[in-house]
Ligand binder design. Structure first.
Ligand code: IMP
Length: 175
């Protein structure tokens, strides 16, 4: 199945570079703990950290809320699968998309308990139409309309994550 390109590979790359430049300037002289929210953020995070020229410790967290549909189930599972010390560290959470905001709200609560020195969020996409839980996005790639998007890490039912661009899902929707 082919998908119409919604945000092209080169537009993504340019934007990632702009975000990384801001992060490099904001955290100059500091070490950063980058927490990649799996699965969706794997590609964005991999590209972003390659443009970051600060010392970085990478951590990964697994979040899921969708099952096989296109609407968040409202039940978030978060697996803090790392033992890394976050106390007094500068944390940058990297997410693919903020939709309702529930995932990030829960994750931020968990991280704040660890008393980090600072906590910032980089998200490739933001869908304001469906946002219920306000999460400040410090480094935002693109604000988009209420489409279900796939590619560049984002999936529908586990598929399309490998696409190098972002497309709008055009198949049958299983809500
Ligand atoms: P939230 O908790 O509703 O903000 O959901 C965030 C998570 O839902 C993201 O990390 C994505 O994995 C997933 N998600 C939200 N919108 C989309 C979409 O348009 N395409 C693919 N996944 C999405």
């Amino acid at each position: 199945m082919s998908h119409q390109v919604f945000i092209s590979q080169s537009d993504i790359q340019q934007r990632v570079k702009v975000l990384a430049d801001k992060i490099n300037a904001d955290f100059q002289g500091k070490e950063l703990v980058v927490i990649c929210v799996l699965n969706g953020a794997f590609m964005f995070c991999a590209d972003l950290v390659r443009e970051i020229n600060l010392p970085v410790v990478m951590e990964f967290i697994k979040a899921s809320s969708y099952g096989s549909g296109t609407v968040s189930s409202g039940k978030i599972t978060l697996d803090l699968g790392f033992q890394g010390e976050l106390k007094n560290k500068h944390i940058l959470v990297v997410e693919d998309i903020v939709d309702t905001g529930l995932t990030l709200t829960k994750l931020f609560e968990m991280i704040k308990h660890e008393s980090p020195a600072s906590l910032k969020l980089a998200s490739l996409l933001f869908k304001p139409a469906r946002n219920k839980h306000k999460v400040p996005i410090d480094y935002l790639g693109f604000e988009i309309e209420d489409h279900f998007v796939i590619g560049y890490g984002l999936d529908y039912d586990g598929k399309f994550r490998e696409l190098p661009y972002i497309g709008i899902y055009q198949g049958e929707v299983n809500e």
